[in-house]
Design a protein around this ligand. Sequence first.
Ligand SMILES: [Mg+2]
Length: 287
Amino acid sequence: MPGTHAAPRLTLWGIGWLALVGCASSDTGIEGLNATLWMQRSAEYRGSAEQAYRTAGQALEEGLADPSWTAAPEQAGDPSSLPPAVILDVDETVLDNSPFQGRLIREGREFNREMWSAWVGEAAAPPVPGALAFTRAAAERGVTVFYVTNRDSDLEAATKLNLERAGFPIAERTDVLLTRGEREGWGSDKTTRRAHVASRYRVILLGGDDLNDFISVSRSSIDKRDRLESAYSDHWGRKWIVLPNPSYGSWERALYGFDSNLDSDGRRQLKAGALKTGEADQDGPFH
Ligand SMILES: [Mg+2]
């Protein structure tokens, strides 16, 4: 969620929708409407998330039974004597922020820190379907559940409260909620935090909704992202469990080259140019 843009630009249909809800803004989260409704209202989203976590449960058993098993690229040396852990992202992996997306759309706003901090401060995000059962089962199996999130460190207390209220296991004797900027060197790239966990635990499984939750892709092009996805194809559904998130993510920012100076028109133009239509030269500008 941090650093994301909600949604660019109006279509004619969007203008009609805005008129319907009485929103005067010309720059709304209208592009996010379908994505957010899918995550909030579709049985298919719930089924997808539950499917992911059921797969995670099976992977956990396989990983626990194999002392050489590790899911973290950062795991160095022989991990067999280390206690087991799993690393999960927070937003759209264990906590569902679609109500926040709903507010952006309703108010015709893009992602902004004020509304985000207010939402996080409410500590009221519901759990992603399947996440509670998986994390509780993991904790009961003696597996430490780490939450590695790009929420800023000043939001850690509210995030922890939300996780506790929702019923997620939070180990008491170690810091299992690792936020961005909490320590020096813990930037938005999660590599250093995965390495921190992997230095003391055998990482059985990674779970997230963004490629950066599994491996450092930073501001990689679409082509490089595809190559990394392929390079780790044996990890998906086995060591790496990906949750569906059509609403936002580095996949979307890659489509406009991570150019934060672009306005919503510019972003939308580049994204539209990335659409595949079956014609020649339709791969978009950032491959
Ligand atoms: Mg996430």
